[in-house]
Design a protein around this ligand. Sequence first.
Ligand code: NAD
Length: 436
Amino acid sequence: MTRKIAVVGAGYVGLVTGVALAQLGHYVTCIDVDTTKVDQLNRGELPIYEEGLRELLLANREAGRISFTAHPKRGLRSAEVIYIAVGTPPKEDGSADLRYVESAAYDIASYATQECVVVCKSTVPVGTNEQVLQWIEKEKKEDIKVHIASNPEFLRQGSAVYDTFHPDRIVIGSNSSYAWDVLTEINAPFEAPIVKTDLASAEMIKYAANAFLAMKISFVNEIANLSEKLGANIEDVVSGIGKDQRIGEAFLRPGIGYGGSCFPKDTKALSHLGSDFMERLRLIETTVEVNDMQPSRLIQKAIKRYGDLAGKRMAVLGLSFKPGTDDMREAPSLSIVNGLVDLNAEVVAYDPVAMERAATIFEEGVDFASSVEEALTGADGVFILTEWPVIKNIAPDVYAARMNQPIIFDGRNCYGIEEMKEAKLEYYSIGRPPQF
Ligand code: NAD
Protein backbone atom coordinates (compact mmCIF):
# COMPACT_ATOMS: atom_id res chain seq x y z
CA MET A 1 0.00 0.00 0.00
CA THR A 2 1.35 3.42 -0.94
CA ARG A 3 1.56 5.80 2.01
CA LYS A 4 2.01 9.49 2.58
CA ILE A 5 5.18 9.76 4.65
CA ALA A 6 6.99 12.68 6.29
CA VAL A 7 10.63 12.49 7.36
CA VAL A 8 11.76 15.12 9.88
CA GLY A 9 15.48 15.81 9.42
CA ALA A 10 17.16 15.38 6.03
CA GLY A 11 20.69 14.47 7.17
CA TYR A 12 22.53 11.21 6.48
CA VAL A 13 19.77 9.05 7.97
CA GLY A 14 16.68 11.11 7.06
CA LEU A 15 17.70 11.71 3.47
CA VAL A 16 18.66 8.11 2.75
CA THR A 17 15.50 6.86 4.51
CA GLY A 18 13.32 9.31 2.58
CA VAL A 19 14.85 8.41 -0.75
CA ALA A 20 14.55 4.66 -0.02
CA LEU A 21 10.89 4.98 0.97
CA ALA A 22 10.19 6.96 -2.21
CA GLN A 23 11.94 4.26 -4.20
CA LEU A 24 9.52 1.75 -2.65
CA GLY A 25 6.69 3.82 -4.12
CA HIS A 26 5.61 5.97 -1.16
CA TYR A 27 5.04 9.73 -1.34
CA VAL A 28 7.67 11.31 0.86
CA THR A 29 8.20 14.84 2.12
CA CYS A 30 11.48 15.52 3.91
CA ILE A 31 11.42 18.43 6.32
CA ASP A 32 14.57 20.16 7.48
CA VAL A 33 15.17 23.37 9.43
CA ASP A 34 18.29 24.00 7.36
CA THR A 35 16.97 26.09 4.46
CA THR A 36 20.26 25.91 2.54
CA LYS A 37 20.04 22.12 2.59
CA VAL A 38 16.38 22.19 1.51
CA ASP A 39 17.14 24.57 -1.38
CA GLN A 40 20.03 22.38 -2.50
CA LEU A 41 17.89 19.23 -2.39
CA ASN A 42 15.08 20.94 -4.27
CA ARG A 43 17.61 21.75 -7.01
CA GLY A 44 18.54 18.04 -7.08
CA GLU A 45 21.93 18.66 -5.43
CA LEU A 46 23.18 16.51 -2.57
CA PRO A 47 24.48 18.14 0.62
CA ILE A 48 26.34 14.92 1.51
CA TYR A 49 28.35 12.33 -0.36
CA GLU A 50 26.92 8.79 -0.47
CA GLU A 51 27.40 6.34 -3.29
CA GLY A 52 24.24 5.76 -5.36
CA LEU A 53 22.18 8.39 -3.54
CA ARG A 54 22.22 11.01 -6.27
CA GLU A 55 20.77 8.70 -8.93
CA LEU A 56 17.97 7.53 -6.62
CA LEU A 57 17.18 11.07 -5.52
CA LEU A 58 16.95 12.37 -9.08
CA ALA A 59 14.80 9.45 -10.28
CA ASN A 60 12.32 9.83 -7.43
CA ARG A 61 12.16 13.62 -7.74
CA GLU A 62 11.43 13.16 -11.41
CA ALA A 63 8.66 10.67 -10.55
CA GLY A 64 7.19 13.22 -8.09
CA ARG A 65 7.57 10.88 -5.13
CA ILE A 66 9.93 12.98 -3.00
CA SER A 67 10.04 16.66 -2.11
CA PHE A 68 11.79 18.84 0.45
CA THR A 69 10.54 21.67 2.59
CA ALA A 70 11.60 23.83 5.51
CA HIS A 71 7.96 24.29 6.56
CA PRO A 72 6.87 21.52 8.95
CA LYS A 73 3.21 22.30 8.36
CA ARG A 74 3.55 21.54 4.64
CA GLY A 75 5.26 18.21 5.29
CA LEU A 76 3.30 16.97 8.29
CA ARG A 77 -0.21 17.84 7.15
CA SER A 78 -2.06 14.57 6.38
CA ALA A 79 1.07 12.38 6.81
CA GLU A 80 0.18 8.80 7.76
CA VAL A 81 3.68 7.92 8.94
CA ILE A 82 6.18 10.42 10.35
CA TYR A 83 9.83 9.46 10.74
CA ILE A 84 11.99 11.44 13.17
CA ALA A 85 15.61 11.45 11.94
CA VAL A 86 17.04 14.57 13.56
CA GLY A 87 20.46 14.68 15.19
CA THR A 88 21.03 13.67 18.82
CA PRO A 89 24.49 15.18 19.43
CA PRO A 90 26.36 14.80 22.70
CA LYS A 91 26.07 17.40 25.44
CA GLU A 92 29.22 18.47 27.24
CA ASP A 93 28.71 15.77 29.89
CA GLY A 94 28.37 13.04 27.22
CA SER A 95 24.59 12.60 27.56
CA ALA A 96 22.40 12.85 24.44
CA ASP A 97 21.06 16.28 23.59
CA LEU A 98 17.39 15.73 22.81
CA ARG A 99 16.45 19.28 21.92
CA TYR A 100 15.99 18.54 18.20
CA VAL A 101 13.84 15.49 18.96
CA GLU A 102 11.74 17.61 21.30
CA SER A 103 11.33 20.30 18.69
CA ALA A 104 10.31 17.68 16.09
CA ALA A 105 7.74 16.31 18.58
CA TYR A 106 6.23 19.78 19.08
CA ASP A 107 6.05 20.30 15.30
CA ILE A 108 4.20 17.00 15.00
CA ALA A 109 1.84 18.05 17.80
CA SER A 110 1.17 21.33 16.01
CA TYR A 111 0.75 20.15 12.44
CA ALA A 112 -0.24 16.45 12.23
CA THR A 113 -3.83 16.29 11.02
CA GLN A 114 -4.72 12.61 11.00
CA GLU A 115 -4.10 9.32 12.82
CA CYS A 116 -0.41 8.62 12.34
CA VAL A 117 2.54 6.50 13.36
CA VAL A 118 5.51 8.49 14.65
CA VAL A 119 8.65 6.45 14.06
CA CYS A 120 11.85 7.45 15.80
CA LYS A 121 14.97 6.60 13.78
CA SER A 122 17.21 8.92 15.77
CA THR A 123 19.42 7.16 18.32
CA VAL A 124 17.93 8.10 21.68
CA PRO A 125 18.33 7.00 25.32
CA VAL A 126 15.92 4.43 26.71
CA GLY A 127 12.70 6.17 27.70
CA THR A 128 12.87 8.92 25.08
CA ASN A 129 10.13 7.53 22.84
CA GLU A 130 7.69 7.46 25.77
CA GLN A 131 8.66 11.07 26.37
CA VAL A 132 8.13 11.95 22.69
CA LEU A 133 4.61 10.54 22.86
CA GLN A 134 3.91 12.59 26.01
CA TRP A 135 5.19 15.77 24.35
CA ILE A 136 2.93 15.16 21.37
CA GLU A 137 -0.11 14.17 23.47
CA LYS A 138 0.28 17.23 25.69
CA GLU A 139 0.46 19.73 22.83
CA LYS A 140 -1.44 18.19 19.93
CA LYS A 141 -3.84 20.55 18.21
CA GLU A 142 -6.10 17.97 16.57
CA ASP A 143 -8.04 15.18 18.24
CA ILE A 144 -6.11 12.42 16.49
CA LYS A 145 -4.64 9.10 17.56
CA VAL A 146 -0.84 9.10 17.57
CA HIS A 147 1.09 5.81 17.73
CA ILE A 148 4.76 5.75 18.60
CA ALA A 149 7.43 3.31 17.44
CA SER A 150 11.18 3.04 17.76
CA ASN A 151 12.86 1.89 14.55
CA PRO A 152 16.59 2.42 15.13
CA GLU A 153 18.84 2.86 12.13
CA PHE A 154 21.88 0.67 11.48
CA LEU A 155 23.13 2.04 8.15
CA ARG A 156 26.83 2.71 7.78
CA GLN A 157 27.95 5.97 6.23
CA GLY A 158 29.88 5.16 3.09
CA SER A 159 27.45 2.37 2.16
CA ALA A 160 24.23 3.93 3.43
CA VAL A 161 22.12 3.24 0.34
CA TYR A 162 23.24 -0.38 0.09
CA ASP A 163 22.69 -0.93 3.82
CA THR A 164 19.21 0.56 3.70
CA PHE A 165 18.15 -1.88 1.00
CA HIS A 166 20.04 -4.85 2.53
CA PRO A 167 19.69 -4.58 6.31
CA ASP A 168 20.82 -7.49 8.52
CA ARG A 169 17.66 -6.94 10.57
CA ILE A 170 14.96 -4.39 11.17
CA VAL A 171 14.06 -3.54 14.75
CA ILE A 172 10.57 -2.28 15.50
CA GLY A 173 9.73 -1.40 19.06
CA SER A 174 6.22 -0.35 19.92
CA ASN A 175 3.33 -0.91 22.27
CA SER A 176 0.83 -0.28 19.46
CA SER A 177 -0.34 -3.11 17.23
CA TYR A 178 -1.44 -0.52 14.65
CA ALA A 179 2.15 0.82 14.47
CA TRP A 180 3.55 -2.69 14.18
CA ASP A 181 1.21 -3.55 11.33
CA VAL A 182 1.99 -0.35 9.40
CA LEU A 183 5.75 -0.68 9.88
CA THR A 184 5.83 -4.40 9.13
CA GLU A 185 4.09 -3.63 5.84
CA ILE A 186 6.39 -0.71 4.97
CA ASN A 187 9.50 -2.75 5.76
CA ALA A 188 8.41 -5.99 4.06
CA PRO A 189 10.12 -5.18 0.71
CA PHE A 190 13.52 -5.05 2.45
CA GLU A 191 13.19 -8.80 3.07
CA ALA A 192 15.10 -8.71 6.36
CA PRO A 193 14.32 -10.44 9.65
CA ILE A 194 12.18 -8.16 11.80
CA VAL A 195 12.83 -8.01 15.54
CA LYS A 196 9.55 -6.99 17.15
CA THR A 197 9.89 -5.66 20.63
CA ASP A 198 8.88 -2.94 23.07
CA LEU A 199 10.07 0.67 22.95
CA ALA A 200 12.72 0.39 25.69
CA SER A 201 14.32 -2.74 24.21
CA ALA A 202 14.46 -1.22 20.71
CA GLU A 203 16.17 1.88 22.10
CA MET A 204 18.63 -0.29 24.03
CA ILE A 205 19.39 -2.50 21.00
CA LYS A 206 20.81 0.47 19.08
CA TYR A 207 23.13 1.62 21.87
CA ALA A 208 24.22 -1.93 22.70
CA ALA A 209 25.01 -2.70 19.04
CA ASN A 210 27.16 0.40 18.62
CA ALA A 211 28.86 -0.08 21.98
CA PHE A 212 29.74 -3.68 21.13
CA LEU A 213 31.24 -2.73 17.76
CA ALA A 214 33.21 0.12 19.34
CA MET A 215 34.43 -2.28 22.02
CA LYS A 216 35.74 -4.69 19.37
CA ILE A 217 37.75 -1.85 17.81
CA SER A 218 39.25 -0.73 21.14
CA PHE A 219 39.95 -4.37 22.01
CA VAL A 220 41.91 -5.01 18.84
CA ASN A 221 43.74 -1.70 19.21
CA GLU A 222 44.89 -2.63 22.72
CA ILE A 223 46.09 -6.03 21.50
CA ALA A 224 47.79 -4.27 18.54
CA ASN A 225 49.61 -1.84 20.81
CA LEU A 226 50.97 -4.69 22.91
CA SER A 227 51.78 -6.84 19.86
CA GLU A 228 53.93 -4.02 18.53
CA LYS A 229 55.98 -3.91 21.72
CA LEU A 230 56.41 -7.69 21.79
CA GLY A 231 57.30 -8.16 18.11
CA ALA A 232 54.01 -9.86 17.14
CA ASN A 233 52.13 -8.96 13.95
CA ILE A 234 48.52 -7.91 14.67
CA GLU A 235 47.32 -8.84 11.17
CA ASP A 236 48.34 -12.45 11.80
CA VAL A 237 46.93 -12.30 15.32
CA VAL A 238 43.54 -11.12 13.99
CA SER A 239 43.57 -13.76 11.30
CA GLY A 240 44.33 -16.37 13.95
CA ILE A 241 41.61 -15.32 16.38
CA GLY A 242 39.05 -14.30 13.76
CA LYS A 243 38.92 -17.74 12.18
CA ASP A 244 37.29 -18.90 15.39
CA GLN A 245 33.64 -18.71 14.44
CA ARG A 246 32.68 -17.58 17.92
CA ILE A 247 34.80 -14.47 17.34
CA GLY A 248 34.87 -13.65 13.61
CA GLU A 249 37.15 -11.18 11.83
CA ALA A 250 34.61 -8.38 11.29
CA PHE A 251 35.38 -5.15 13.10
CA LEU A 252 38.75 -6.37 14.30
CA ARG A 253 40.75 -3.95 12.16
CA PRO A 254 43.53 -2.25 14.09
CA GLY A 255 44.06 1.43 13.41
CA ILE A 256 43.89 4.95 14.80
CA GLY A 257 40.51 4.45 16.45
CA TYR A 258 36.88 4.88 15.54
CA GLY A 259 35.33 8.24 14.69
CA GLY A 260 32.21 9.53 13.01
CA SER A 261 28.94 10.84 14.30
CA CYS A 262 27.80 7.64 16.03
CA PHE A 263 30.29 5.47 17.93
CA PRO A 264 31.93 8.30 19.91
CA LYS A 265 28.66 9.90 20.95
CA ASP A 266 26.68 6.68 21.46
CA THR A 267 29.30 5.04 23.68
CA LYS A 268 29.45 8.19 25.80
CA ALA A 269 25.65 8.46 25.97
CA LEU A 270 25.31 4.80 27.02
CA SER A 271 27.99 5.21 29.63
CA HIS A 272 26.19 8.29 30.93
CA LEU A 273 22.89 6.41 31.02
CA GLY A 274 24.57 3.68 33.10
CA SER A 275 25.85 6.25 35.61
CA ASP A 276 22.40 7.86 35.83
CA PHE A 277 20.97 4.52 36.91
CA MET A 278 23.86 3.55 39.24
CA GLU A 279 25.05 0.85 36.80
CA ARG A 280 28.55 1.84 35.75
CA LEU A 281 29.45 0.34 32.37
CA ARG A 282 33.16 -0.16 32.88
CA LEU A 283 33.77 -1.92 29.58
CA ILE A 284 32.25 0.99 27.70
CA GLU A 285 34.12 3.59 29.74
CA THR A 286 37.40 1.84 28.93
CA THR A 287 36.43 1.49 25.26
CA VAL A 288 36.10 5.28 25.09
CA GLU A 289 39.36 5.86 26.97
CA VAL A 290 41.36 3.50 24.71
CA ASN A 291 39.87 5.12 21.62
CA ASP A 292 40.67 8.65 22.78
CA MET A 293 44.36 7.73 23.11
CA GLN A 294 44.75 5.76 19.88
CA PRO A 295 45.28 8.58 17.31
CA SER A 296 48.16 10.11 19.27
CA ARG A 297 50.12 6.85 18.96
CA LEU A 298 50.86 7.61 15.31
CA ILE A 299 52.19 11.04 16.20
CA GLN A 300 54.32 9.51 18.96
CA LYS A 301 55.95 7.27 16.35
CA ALA A 302 56.79 10.35 14.25
CA ILE A 303 58.19 12.23 17.25
CA LYS A 304 60.35 9.21 18.07
CA ARG A 305 61.55 9.05 14.45
CA TYR A 306 62.29 12.74 13.76
CA GLY A 307 62.85 14.18 17.21
CA ASP A 308 61.61 17.59 16.11
CA LEU A 309 58.86 17.96 13.51
CA ALA A 310 59.16 21.76 13.20
CA GLY A 311 59.46 22.73 9.53
CA LYS A 312 59.05 19.15 8.31
CA ARG A 313 56.65 18.82 5.41
CA MET A 314 54.08 16.16 6.30
CA ALA A 315 51.63 14.79 3.77
CA VAL A 316 48.30 13.65 5.24
CA LEU A 317 46.31 11.25 3.09
CA GLY A 318 42.65 10.85 4.02
CA LEU A 319 40.64 13.12 6.31
CA SER A 320 37.10 11.70 6.53
CA PHE A 321 36.47 9.36 9.44
CA LYS A 322 36.25 6.45 7.02
CA PRO A 323 36.21 5.86 3.25
CA GLY A 324 33.04 6.48 1.25
CA THR A 325 31.91 9.57 3.16
CA ASP A 326 32.84 13.23 3.45
CA ASP A 327 31.89 13.23 7.13
CA MET A 328 34.59 14.67 9.37
CA ARG A 329 32.71 14.41 12.67
CA GLU A 330 35.05 13.02 15.35
CA ALA A 331 37.46 11.82 12.63
CA PRO A 332 40.85 10.71 14.02
CA SER A 333 42.37 13.06 11.41
CA LEU A 334 41.18 16.02 13.50
CA SER A 335 43.48 15.32 16.43
CA ILE A 336 46.34 14.06 14.24
CA VAL A 337 46.35 17.07 11.90
CA ASN A 338 45.99 19.48 14.83
CA GLY A 339 48.79 17.62 16.62
CA LEU A 340 51.10 18.02 13.61
CA VAL A 341 50.23 21.71 13.33
CA ASP A 342 50.94 22.17 17.05
CA LEU A 343 54.36 20.58 16.49
CA ASN A 344 54.95 23.20 13.76
CA ALA A 345 55.05 20.69 10.93
CA GLU A 346 54.00 21.94 7.47
CA VAL A 347 50.87 19.94 6.71
CA VAL A 348 49.67 19.22 3.16
CA ALA A 349 46.47 17.20 3.14
CA TYR A 350 44.54 15.32 0.49
CA ASP A 351 41.17 13.55 0.60
CA PRO A 352 39.14 12.57 -2.48
CA VAL A 353 35.85 14.00 -1.12
CA ALA A 354 36.23 15.58 2.32
CA MET A 355 38.53 18.52 1.56
CA GLU A 356 35.78 21.10 1.13
CA ARG A 357 34.40 20.21 4.55
CA ALA A 358 37.90 19.95 6.02
CA ALA A 359 38.81 23.43 4.77
CA THR A 360 36.09 24.89 7.01
CA ILE A 361 37.51 23.01 10.01
CA PHE A 362 41.29 23.43 9.67
CA GLU A 363 41.49 27.15 9.26
CA GLU A 364 45.21 27.67 9.69
CA GLY A 365 48.39 25.72 9.14
CA VAL A 366 47.02 23.19 6.63
CA ASP A 367 47.42 23.30 2.86
CA PHE A 368 45.31 21.14 0.59
CA ALA A 369 46.65 19.29 -2.43
CA SER A 370 44.58 18.38 -5.46
CA SER A 371 45.98 14.85 -5.77
CA VAL A 372 47.85 12.17 -3.86
CA GLU A 373 50.94 12.87 -5.97
CA GLU A 374 50.84 16.60 -5.23
CA ALA A 375 50.53 15.96 -1.49
CA LEU A 376 53.50 13.58 -1.53
CA THR A 377 55.80 15.78 -3.58
CA GLY A 378 58.73 16.96 -1.46
CA ALA A 379 57.24 15.55 1.77
CA ASP A 380 59.45 14.42 4.65
CA GLY A 381 56.83 11.95 5.82
CA VAL A 382 53.30 10.80 5.08
CA PHE A 383 50.43 9.98 7.41
CA ILE A 384 47.81 7.61 5.99
CA LEU A 385 44.61 8.29 7.92
CA THR A 386 41.72 7.02 5.73
CA GLU A 387 41.93 3.92 3.57
CA TRP A 388 40.23 5.29 0.44
CA PRO A 389 41.00 3.05 -2.59
CA VAL A 390 42.92 5.90 -4.23
CA ILE A 391 45.14 5.98 -1.15
CA LYS A 392 45.55 2.32 -0.21
CA ASN A 393 46.35 1.46 -3.83
CA ILE A 394 49.26 3.90 -4.17
CA ALA A 395 52.11 1.86 -5.62
CA PRO A 396 55.04 1.77 -3.16
CA ASP A 397 57.46 3.23 -5.73
CA VAL A 398 55.35 6.43 -5.89
CA TYR A 399 56.44 7.27 -2.34
CA ALA A 400 60.11 6.91 -3.20
CA ALA A 401 59.73 8.85 -6.45
CA ARG A 402 57.80 11.79 -4.99
CA MET A 403 58.87 12.29 -1.41
CA ASN A 404 61.90 14.08 -0.05
CA GLN A 405 62.20 11.32 2.58
CA PRO A 406 59.89 8.35 1.95
CA ILE A 407 58.85 7.70 5.55
CA ILE A 408 55.34 6.30 5.95
CA PHE A 409 53.13 6.36 9.06
CA ASP A 410 50.22 4.16 8.14
CA GLY A 411 47.29 4.49 10.54
CA ARG A 412 45.20 1.96 8.61
CA ASN A 413 47.65 -0.85 7.85
CA CYS A 414 47.07 -0.46 4.10
CA TYR A 415 50.25 -2.31 3.14
CA GLY A 416 51.80 -5.65 3.92
CA ILE A 417 55.06 -5.56 5.83
CA GLU A 418 56.81 -7.71 3.22
CA GLU A 419 55.70 -5.38 0.42
CA MET A 420 57.24 -2.40 2.19
CA LYS A 421 60.39 -4.34 2.94
CA GLU A 422 60.80 -5.22 -0.74
CA ALA A 423 60.20 -1.60 -1.74
CA LYS A 424 62.90 -0.58 0.81
CA LEU A 425 60.56 1.98 2.40
CA GLU A 426 60.68 3.15 5.98
CA TYR A 427 57.28 2.10 7.24
CA TYR A 428 55.50 2.41 10.58
CA SER A 429 52.04 0.92 11.05
CA ILE A 430 49.74 -0.22 13.86
CA GLY A 431 50.50 -3.39 15.79
CA ARG A 432 53.32 -4.55 13.54
CA PRO A 433 57.09 -4.23 13.69
CA PRO A 434 58.47 -1.12 11.95
CA GLN A 435 60.27 -1.59 8.63
CA PHE A 436 63.42 0.38 7.85
P1 NAD B 1 22.57 14.82 10.59
O1 NAD B 1 23.16 15.84 11.50
O2 NAD B 1 23.27 14.45 9.34
O3 NAD B 1 21.09 15.25 10.19
C1 NAD B 1 20.15 15.73 11.10
C2 NAD B 1 19.28 16.73 10.35
O4 NAD B 1 18.18 17.11 11.17
C3 NAD B 1 20.01 18.03 10.00
O5 NAD B 1 19.91 18.26 8.60
C4 NAD B 1 19.27 19.11 10.79
O6 NAD B 1 19.23 20.36 10.12
C5 NAD B 1 17.91 18.50 10.92
N1 NAD B 1 17.07 18.99 12.02
C6 NAD B 1 17.41 19.27 13.29
N2 NAD B 1 16.32 19.65 13.99
C7 NAD B 1 15.27 19.60 13.15
C8 NAD B 1 13.88 19.86 13.28
N3 NAD B 1 13.35 20.21 14.44
N4 NAD B 1 13.09 19.72 12.18
C9 NAD B 1 13.63 19.35 11.01
N5 NAD B 1 14.94 19.08 10.82
C10 NAD B 1 15.75 19.19 11.88
O7 NAD B 1 22.35 13.53 11.51
P2 NAD B 1 22.39 12.00 11.05
O8 NAD B 1 23.79 11.55 10.92
O9 NAD B 1 21.44 11.80 9.94
O10 NAD B 1 21.79 11.31 12.36
C11 NAD B 1 20.43 11.42 12.72
C12 NAD B 1 20.15 10.44 13.83
O11 NAD B 1 20.36 9.09 13.36
C13 NAD B 1 21.06 10.58 15.04
O12 NAD B 1 20.35 10.28 16.20
C14 NAD B 1 22.14 9.53 14.80
O13 NAD B 1 22.72 9.08 16.00
C15 NAD B 1 21.32 8.42 14.17
N6 NAD B 1 22.10 7.55 13.29
C16 NAD B 1 23.04 8.05 12.45
C17 NAD B 1 23.75 7.19 11.61
C18 NAD B 1 24.82 7.72 10.69
O14 NAD B 1 25.58 6.90 10.18
N7 NAD B 1 24.90 9.01 10.46
C19 NAD B 1 23.50 5.81 11.64
C20 NAD B 1 22.51 5.34 12.51
C21 NAD B 1 21.82 6.21 13.32
